[in-house]
Design a protein around this ligand. Structure first.
Ligand code: DMJ
Length: 576
């Protein structure tokens, strides 16, 4: 289905920032050194303002120069920005922040937090693994122990009650003190279920407790088993019944990082099964959703187009394609998306492809990283200077449109550059980091294995820092080598845990387990196929829900799906 883009309004061209940034010496490509400095200045403008005006709140409000809590109440921007400090070379500030976080962050709080966001935005695991490189004096036993690891583990344990469902797929929200609230919506978006394996498997490897990797794997398997006959997954699913509630299939909002984690989980864990799952999805996605190197939204059972829309969040896809070596397709899709950036000087949240214009109420650009992230990966793979040009355009645009005295503000509307009083934590965690890495070819993150650190741990010698870092979906790098540092410990502990599990499962009656399904009690292993996930148990689980909750509320962490419903009304809602 060929799409013809309409020519953008002349007015828009007048509003677009003009590029006066330094080109390369021959005038052909942007000068990386110049842009590295510009990106650093961007980071400190926002970071200093957060510390001065917003800390200890989660986020900076750049228009009113104050702060507010958004996703938790644990200084999220500071945690999210921590490893960017090291990537920018600021070891002293990294060390200072590690101290500050240990003294100030408390996860024992009566707050309803998004399970997905709390997991991905916590850069604690990465910071823990990078702390030696940053000159932090690490304790004996590191990287298998350490204060940041303990904090990451504590936060992750707070999320475990969400996985205690008949399907093993997690609720979207959990109270950090009390567990899952009674009456919590059982409808979670696909990404909110399938975006745990990178962090949770790392945590299991480092701590020796398999529970994290186990729950993440079960959730991934349940999604896989829930795909349609034509091989697609929908957008929201009921985690008690396993029934799809929103049946739009695509690669963007509500689904995105599920696909990302199949690939990254496969690479991190050298897990062929995860890669095989992704490759199967990839086939179905190409068959049903790809048109002229754009990706649309289709009905998951029929493959019919439900929304001919490109979403800003989808711009991670070319980067993901590059990770599986599909460079030609990745570049073609990247160039499609880059035309949209050029049209508006940013990526609108939704872009109607046939009309070649924004979608009503989704004209904003909250300074998202995805297109820059893809440029960074593709530049590593190809060295194509077009990718640096996107980086240059992004720096120029963001500085011109969104820079204010107290930071960088979300662009509410790319058509007139009105601003919103918000600076999401991913701006410092991802957008700035990927920009810097795009322009910094010798950054330690790009290490190709030519250097490494040998570390003596209580479990033997272990190699770290050799490169091949896997970024979680919030751009927190995980050193894959670290997963092998505590291996011996892990295997021994897992054997003991397996024995204990066997012992306790003999003692525990099934009815007692079911009664605890929505509780804040200690974590219990989720159901295996053919056990708790049976029609009989679905009915029992349903009976426990309050009667008034017949039409489940939708819960998606990064973007309320209801906005999309209101806008386009083309989502298949099945409340029968
Ligand atoms: C980030 O929080 C993560 O990348 C997430 O997966 C979705 N996108 C936002 C930034 O756009």
């Amino acid at each position: 289905m060929p799409f013809r883009l309409l020519i953008p309004l002349g007015l828009l061209c007048a509003l677009l920032p003009q590029h006066h940034g330094a080109p390369g010496p021959d005038g052909s490509a942007p000068d990386p050194a110049h842009y590295r400095e510009r990106v650093k200045a961007m980071f400190y403008h926002a970071y200093d303002s957060y510390l001065e005006n917003a800390f200890p709140f989660d986020e900076l409000r750049p228009l009113t120069c104050d702060g507010h809590d958004t996703w938790g109440s644990f200084s999220l921007t500071l945690i999210d920005a921590l490893d960017t400090l090291l990537i920018l070379g600021n070891v002293s500030e990294f060390q200072r922040v590690v101290e500050v976080l240990q003294d100030s962050v408390d996860f024992d709080i009566d707050v309803n937090a998004s399970v997905f966001e709390t997991n991905i935005r916590g850069g604690l695991l990465s910071a823990h693994l990078l702390s030696k490189k940053a000159g932090v004096e690490v304790e004996a036993g590191w990287p298998c122990s350490g204060p940041l690891l303990r904090m990451a583990e504590e936060a992750a344990r707070k999320l475990l009650p969400a996985f205690q469902t008949p399907t093993g797929m997690p609720y979207g929200t959990v109270n950090l003190l009390h567990g899952v609230n009674p009456g919590e919506t059982p409808v979670t978006c696909t990404a909110g279920i399938g975006t745990f394996i990178v962090e949770f498997a790392t945590l299991s490897s480092l701590t020796g407790d398999p529970v994290f990797e186990d729950v993440a794997r079960v959730a991934l398997m349940r999604l896989w088993e829930s795909r349609s006959d034509i091989g697609l997954v929908g957008n929201h699913i009921d985690v008690l019944t396993g029934k799809w509630v929103a049946q739009d299939a695509g690669i963007g909002a509500g689904v995105d990082s599920y696909f990302e984690y199949l690939v990254k989980g496969a690479i991190l864990l050298q897990d062929k099964k995860l890669m095989a799952m992704f490759l199967e999805y990839n086939k179905a996605i190409r068959n049903y959703t790809r048109f002229d190197d754009w990706y649309l939204w289709v009905q998951m059972y029929k493959g019919t187009v439900s929304m001919p829309v490109f979403q800003s969040l989808e711009a991670y896809w070319p980067g993901l394609q590059s990770l599986i070596g599909d460079i030609d397709n990745a570049m073609r899709t990247f160039l499609n998306y880059y035309t949209v950036w050029k049209q508006f000087g940013g990526l609108p949240e939704f872009y109607n492809i046939p009309q070649g214009y924004t979608v009503e109420k989704r004209e904003g650009y909250p300074l998202r990283p995805e297109l820059i992230e893809s440029a960074m990966y593709l530049y590593r793979a190809t060295g194509d200077p077009t990718l640096l040009e996107l980086g240059r355009d992004a720096v120029e645009s963001i500085e011109k449109i969104s820079k204010v005295e107290c930071g960088f503000a979300t662009i509410k509307d790319l058509r007139d550059h009105k601003l919103d009083n918000r600076m999401e934590s991913f701006f410092l965690a991802e957008t700035v980091k990927y920009l810097y890495l795009l322009f910094d070819p010798t950054n330690f993150i790009h290490n190709n294995g030519s250097t490494f650190d040998a570390v003596i741990t209580p479990y033997g010698e272990c190699i770290l820092g050799a490169g091949g870092y896997i970024f979680n979906t919030e751009a927190h790098p995980i050193d894959p080598a670290a997963l092998h540092c505590c291996q011996r410990l892990k295997e021994e502990q897992w054997e003991v845990e397996d024995l204990m599990r066997e012992f306790y499962s003999l003692k525990r009656s099934r009815s007692k387990f079911q009664k605890n399904t929505v509780s804040s009690g200690p974590w219990e292993p989720p159901a295996r196929p053919g056990t708790l996930f049976s029609p009989e148990n679905h009915d029992q689980a349903r009976e426990r829900k309050p009667a008034k909750q017949k039409v489940p509320l939708l819960s998606c962490p990064s973007q309320p799906f209801t906005s999309k419903l209101a806008l386009l009304g083309q989502v298949f809602l099945d409340s029968s």
